[in-house]
Write a new protein. Structure first.
Length: 613
């Protein structure tokens, strides 16, 4: 006996009626087993005749499509398909299915369709993407092909379509800014080049590669979350300022592309880039901060500077690097001579790595002189690169490169180890001086920074209470909480903290109050502007303010870059504690520094009557 309340029972009855054959009797336990199999299938089963009339539909399929039993009588499968996809269904059935009647369907691929699904309560109809397959391994022939029964299955892939759209969105558009992604940009440029080549023409077009100047400072000072909001707002404003047809996308990080498919003239492309720069420079309000950011643009033109997207981007990047190396922002058009400049920088990076292995970084020294007595109170260690090809290089020649290459920490340790060894030797010979070493932000942020410094002092047998740690203001604003903990920890071990290059763009009384600081060093740029007595009279207001602030906070004050008597006289009149610079001595090797320490000091230079101080 067949249970016509189940899928298997209804299917057997439908086949019996359609084929006109004797009813197939299955034992109840077999029917139960087959129903369990049908119920576990993720797809929905239908049985149609060759004309597409539905002769059976599983209960799960009925529920999914929102159909009642009485709606199945005479139902056409085509009526279940969205009107836009019925032509595809007709072609699929006519050209692929009907041609295989009487044969195997095993190699027949699926067809994706939008199927009409009805809410049985409200009657509202929605379209859902489903995959149609002819699921029977072979057709079931009756009297002829026109009477064939077809087994069909429908698999709902709506969530797959949504996921595919999400993946395509992620692939083609940047999540933070909403701009076209790197993949999207490269695809558009490649397609444009392909159209050119297919048409047999080389119609020129331009693209610009640019990155933001000083954007990293925003992330370092205010955090990446605020930096992200600033970047997003900046991109939205620039996107709004560009004309239709000027394609703006994010290449990665703070690097971007401007693609001008309809702009052949380099002058016009440069004008657009300079307009974009003006837009970027306009201040933005973000979370209570007024922020702005410049940019450096490099332009390349097809086909003059490259016939592939990779060649064009490389050329534009090289031009951008050229203008960026000048430190002024702006725009440059690619020129082949820039390749040599870029190669030179890459070559220098390789030489820098080799220099670390070979120990070519050395410590040079400059004395810190008391402005009352002329005595040498301390010695600052300065990094120098003894370059085999270019001679002795100062930090300004290689530090930015070392930071970009991720080698700053290695240079720090190499120079610090040598300086501590030399200073320990000076102490053994009876010279009562402290040692100042420079620590980069990269080093200070290390979790083991304190242990690292302690180990160096122990290794070189240098007393920690004679060590001064010099930090730049930028170090303080990168990761305040982490830096404060490390700085406080080294102070707890008897070391002193000096802020180097004070006044160079990050000055804040807030940082001086939050950090455990002992010494403030006025940046040389403020001192070097004072060439004569008249300069001193006219241009000291900012230095006066720094000195007053340091004195108010009880900090020791050291002036850097003192080269002229007028500068010295001014600093003495303001009761500045110490100074360093060429007026006393140039930076010198450890052997030369030993000679300086062995001398009589600088009482005559500072005008002291005796050496007490």
């Amino acid at each position: 006996m067949i249970d016509d309340s189940t899928d298997v029972g209804r299917l057997l009855l439908a086949m019996h009626q359609a084929l006109g054959s004797a009813a197939v009797a299955l034992p109840p336990d077999v029917q139960m087993f087959l129903n369990a199999i049908m119920g576990s299938r993720p797809d929905f089963l239908l049985l149609t005749d060759a004309r597409g009339h539905v002769e059976f539909m599983s209960a799960a399929c009925q529920r999914h499509l929102g159909l009642f039993e009485d709606e199945l009588q005479g139902l056409s499968f085509e009526s279940l398909i969205a009107p836009k996809d019925r032509a595809s269904l007709s072609q699929f059935m006519g050209q692929l299915v009907e041609s295989r009647l009487g044969q195997s369907f095993a190699k027949l691929g699926p067809l994706d369709l939008r199927v009409l699904c009805k809410n049985p309560d409200t009657g509202a109809v929605i379209q859902r993407w489903m995959t149609l397959r002819v699921s029977a391994p072979d057709v079931l022939p009756r009297d002829g092909a026109e009477n064939t029964l077809l087994f069909l299955s429908l698999m709902d892939i709506t969530h797959h379509e949504a996921e595919e759209k999400r993946i395509l969105q992620q692939l083609n558009f940047d999540a933070l800014t909403g701009l076209p992604s790197r993949y999207n940009l490269l695809s558009q440029i490649e397609q444009h080049i392909a159209l050119n080549q297919t048409a047999g023409v080389d119609t020129p077009f331009n693209l610009a590669f640019f990155d933001l100047d000083r954007f990293k400072n925003v992330n370092d000072a205010l955090g990446h979350r605020l930096g992200d909001r600033f970047l997003s707002a900046l991109c939205h404003r620039l996107q709004s300022a560009l004309d239709e047809g000027q394609i703006f996308g994010r290449f990665g990080g703070d690097e971007f592309l401007l693609f001008f498919p309809g702009v052949a003239d380099l002058g016009e492309a440069s004008k657009i880039c300079m307009g974009a720069l003006d837009t970027l420079l306009e201040p933005l309000q973000v979370d209570g901060y007024t922020l702005s950011c410049g940019a450096s643009f490099g332009i390349a033109r097809y086909p003059d500077h490259g016939s592939t997207v990779d060649e064009l981007i490389q050329a534009a990047d090289t031009a951008m690097y050229h203008i960026k190396s000048q430190g002024i922002g702006g725009c440059a058009v690619f020129d082949s001579s820039m390749n040599a400049e870029r190669f030179s920088q890459l070559e220098l990076e390789q030489e820098l790595r080799a220099a670390l292995v070979q120990g070519d970084f050395v410590a040079f020294y400059q004395p810190l002189v008391c402005l009352r007595s002329g005595q040498i109170k301390g010695v600052e260690a300065l990094a120098r690169w003894n370059h085999k090809r270019l001679g002795l290089l100062e930090p300004k020649d290689f530090l930015s490169l070392a930071l970009q290459a991720g080698l700053m920490q290695e240079i720090d340790l190499l120079v610090q180890r040598q300086a501590l060894r030399d200073a320990s030797h000076w102490l053994e010979q009876g010279f009562d001086v402290h040692l100042s070493i420079n620590c980069s932000a990269v080093q200070v942020e290390l979790p083991d920074f304190v242990t690292q410094i302690e180990n160096l002092c122990a290794e070189m047998q240098f007393p920690a209470n004679r060590l001064y740690i010099e930090l730049t203001e930028q170090t303080l604003v990168r990761q305040i909480e982490h830096a404060v903990n490390n700085i406080q920890a080294v102070r707890d071990r008897g070391m002193k903290i000096a802020i180097d290059d004070f006044g160079m763009g990050y000055s804040s009384l807030k940082y001086l109050r939050e950090f455990p600081i002992d010494i403030l060093k006025i940046d040389r740029s403020f001192i070097q502007d004072l060439h004569t007595d008249q300069d001193v009279e006219a241009g000291v207001s900012l230095v006066d303010a720094i000195i007053a602030m340091a004195k108010g906070l009880g900090l020791t004050l050291i002036a850097e870059g003192v080269e002229r008597p007028a500068q010295l006289a001014y600093l003495q009149s303001k009761s500045c504690d110490q100074a360093q610079g060429y007026l006393f001595t140039q930076a010198c090797s450890s052997e030369q520094m030993l000679e300086v320490l062995s001398g009589s000091g600088f009482a005559a230079v500072v005008g002291a009557e005796d050496s007490a101080g």
